[in-house]
Design a protein. Structure first.
Length: 82
């Protein structure tokens, strides 16, 4: 990202698309991007569907009368991803 910013400037980078899921949170990348005003777009947020079958996520979903997918996507959005 630093090379991209040096080449084109942070204001010209609309987003950085990274793999992001409850299993791979990429905290350093997300925090660094946030500090530099760069939005994060996540892919693989459901971890190939593995996260949909996670017991902890299922319990959270049941507690909130939601589906596991809704819980995971809400988590991603709360992290500030698009």
């Amino acid at each position: 990202m630093e090379r991209a910013i040096a080449a084109v400037g942070a204001e010209n980078i609309a987003t950085n698309q990274i793999e992001l899921s409850p299993y791979l949170q990429n905290r350093k990348v997300v925090d660094w991007a946030r500090e530099h005003g760069i939005h994060i777009t996540s892919y693989m947020t459901l971890a190939y569907g593995k996260a949909l079958k996670d017991d902890v996520i299922a319990r959270i979903a049941a507690k909130h009368n939601a589906t596991p997918a809704q819980v995971i996507l809400a988590w991603a959005m709360a992290r500030g991803t698009r």
